[in-house]
Structures are given as C-alpha cells and as structure tokens.
Design a binder for this molecule. Structure first.
Ligand code: KG4
Ligand code: ZN
Length: 350
C-alpha cells in the first residue's frame, strides 16, 4: 500500500510517499525560512501563497523520485489541521482533488497525530507509549494508546517550548528560527551563570509554563544593556538548561502516571521540532535510564515538520479501514482528544 502525504500547515511545504512496510519512498520538505526571516516569524499570508506556488511541483518531483505514478497510489493523506488555515487549505484541497480525480481514499490527518505516530514508522513501536510532543506550536505529554486514542497528561499553560526558544533567540539577537540558533550559542556558554527560574518544577502534574522564563531572559538582557558574544552564549546555555530541567521534571511525573495507567515503565517518545535539541535528548536519555525504560527519538528530519509522518498516519488509518469524506473540514484548531469524539468525521468503512 503506497500513500501520498501532503503537509502545508505551517512554514514547510512537504510531500512524501510511504508504503505500509514503512519504506519512505520520497520525503521532500521545502522550507520557507528565507521568506519569513525578514519578519522574525511566520507570516500566514506569505506562507499560504508560497505553499500554493510549490505544492504541485513537489508532488511531481516526489513521484519522479520514487519512480511511480498516480496509478501506483492506494490513498492520499493530507494535514487538515491544526495550523495556519490559509496554508492548511492548500494541502487539503490538493489532496482532495487528487483523491477525487483518481478515485482514491482520502484521509484527513491531524498534524499532531502525524508527530504522535512517527515512532511507529521509524522504530516499529507497539502501543502504548508516552509521548512528549515539543514544537513551535505545541508542548504536551500524552499517553498514546492506539490510533486515535490519546490521553492528555498535561500541556503548556502559556507558550509552547519552541516558541520560548524562538522568543529567547530574538531577545538575544540570534535570528530566526530560534531553536537551532540557541542550541548553537549554548555550546560555548556557561549554563550556571544566570540563575533563571524553573517554572512548575517540583509541582505535581505534567503541565508546562514558559512565559516567566522568557520574561526572566528579557530582564537579564535589559540588565546587561549591551550583550557580548559570551553573554549571549551564557544566557542561551542558562535558558536551555532551565528548559531541560523542567522537561525532565514534568516527564518524570508523566512516566509515573503512565506506569499507573498501563503497568509499563515506558517507553518515552520525544517528537516535534524541539526534539532535535541535543541537550534535551541527553537529559531525557538520562531520565529514561534512571526510570528503567528507554527514550525513542526519531531522526531529526522526521521530528520536524514533514509529510512522511502525514502519509504514515494516513496509512495507519487506512489499515484500520478508515477514510474521510471529501467535505472533511480544514481546522485551525484540532486537539488530539477530539479524534475520539463521536462526531469525529472519520467514517468506518470496513
Ligand atoms: O515541529 P516543528 O518543525 O513545527 C511546528 O511547530 O509544528 O517545530 C519547530 C520548532 C521551532 O520553534 C524551532 O525553533 C524548534 O522547533 N526547534 C528547536 C531546535 N530545532 C527546531 N528548538 C530547540 N533546539 C533545536 N535544535
Ligand atoms: Zn509540527
């Protein structure tokens, strides 16, 4: 079974071809970074227009790379949310058009489910597992119990962690996107120089908060007036250390709850763009080792936004006999928990 996956919910235009053996036959990601950089963040209107300019060409390219044609496809999966709605509509309409023209089943994929199921594509994981989803728009801990079955343990009460990286980078004048820039700067920094807060550390539960941390970074920047390269490195390292400590504390609570719910110690999967951060990965590896389980971290290329995860999520649903109607709505907001609701637009066909 070969499925075409399409993704345009943020600032990456992505097309992939994946089969049910888990072979990624094509995986093309076109980043719009250069187009958004002058504005220091993603501009929705620019993103939507750029997706529209590039998506069809990338589909042709992906088919050519995999040496297949539309006739070889058994399904089309597109991200229908959550995300910037103008962009989401591009992959949604393109995917629906291909499905309609070729008489193929269409799957409306929740972008977060794409991240959530990636570890099954890359590491053949069985359910259940604990997921730490950390990206520019999302920051949550959830038990993944099956396709469409997610139990939320906690999430951010203000900023997503990737957002905190991006805002910190901006404060430090490190440019956009912030995550990789902060990580690079932190390499030569002293994580102990600035005593930044560890929001919610030691509290019960699995929620996150990053706005106070961001404010603390801003106050340090204002205090220093002019930042030397070493100041920048030290602040980046201090910020990153605080984030890692908070992540570990929250994830430890989640592992305890996961063990209570499932009788298993793990594994812990980390996904989303921030999962590319090596300091965080090291800290999570230490945590899972001390808790008697393992960390599963898909390769960075499949942790950041891509369409292979969308094709795979589509495959998982097609294998269960599910498909969506062609009037499935594109959604700016689409919490994972809603995939289980009775008014879930997925229709059972098998
Ligand atoms: O999953 P993603 O590609 O897009 C969504 O938000 O859905 O995640 C992008 C986020 C950005 O905030 C970016 O700064 C962050 O992931 N990020 C990182 C690193 N690489 C990307 N944050 C920390 N360290 C990194 N190495
Ligand atoms: Zn994402």
């Amino acid at each position: 079974m070969l499925v075409l996956g399409l993704e345009s919910s943020c600032d990456e235009t992505a097309v992939a071809l994946v089969n049910d053996a888990g072979d990624i036959r094509a995986n093309i990601v076109l980043s719009q970074l250069a187009e958004h950089r002058p504005y220091g963040g993603v501009v929705p209107e620019i993103a939507a227009r750029s997706h529209l300019d590039h998506l069809d060409g990338l589909i042709v390219k992906a088919l050519r790379e995999a040496a297949v044609g539309f006739d070889d496809l058994q399904g089309v999966a597109a991200t229908l949310g959550p995300g910037l709605i103008g962009g989401v509509l591009v992959a949604a309409m393109t995917g629906k058009a291909i499905a309609a023209a070729r008489g193929l089943p269409f799957v409306a994929v929740n972008h977060l489910e794409g991240h959530a199921l990636t570890a099954r594509l890359t590491d053949r994981l069985d359910f259940p597992y604990l997921l730490l989803l950390v990206s520019g728009g999302h920051c949550q801990l959830l038990a993944v119990e099956g396709v469409g079955r997610y139990r939320r343990y906690g999430g951010t009460i203000d900023d997503a962690v990737g957002e905190a990286f991006d805002k910190t980078a901006k404060l430090l004048g490190l440019g956009y996107p912030g995550g990789p820039a902060v990580e690079r700067a932190a390499e030569t920094g002293d994580p102990a120089r600035f005593p930044l807060p560890r929001p919610l550390k030691g509290r019960p539960g699995c929620d996150f908060s990053f706005s106070g941390l961001k404010t603390a970074v801003r106050q340090q920047v204002e205090r220093l007036v002019e930042l030397s390269p070493q100041d920048r490195a030290d602040l980046a390292a201090s910020f990153q250390a605080s984030v890692a400590e908070v992540m570990i504390d929250r994830s430890r609570n989640a592992l305890v709850r996961f063990r209570q719910d499932t009788g298993r110690p793990g594994p812990l999967v980390v996904a989303g763009g921030v999962a590319a951060n090596r300091a965080l990965r090291h800290a999570l590896t230490d945590l899972t080792e001390s808790e008697g389980t393992e960390l599963v971290a898909p390769p960075p290329k499949l942790c950041t936004d891509n369409a292979a995860m969308i094709a795979w999520a589509g495959l998982e649903r097609l294998r269960l006999g599910q498909r969506d109607a062609l009037d499935a709505p594109a959604r700016p907001r689409w919490p994972l928990e809603e995939l289980q609701r009775p008014d879930n637009p997925l229709e059972m066909t098998a």
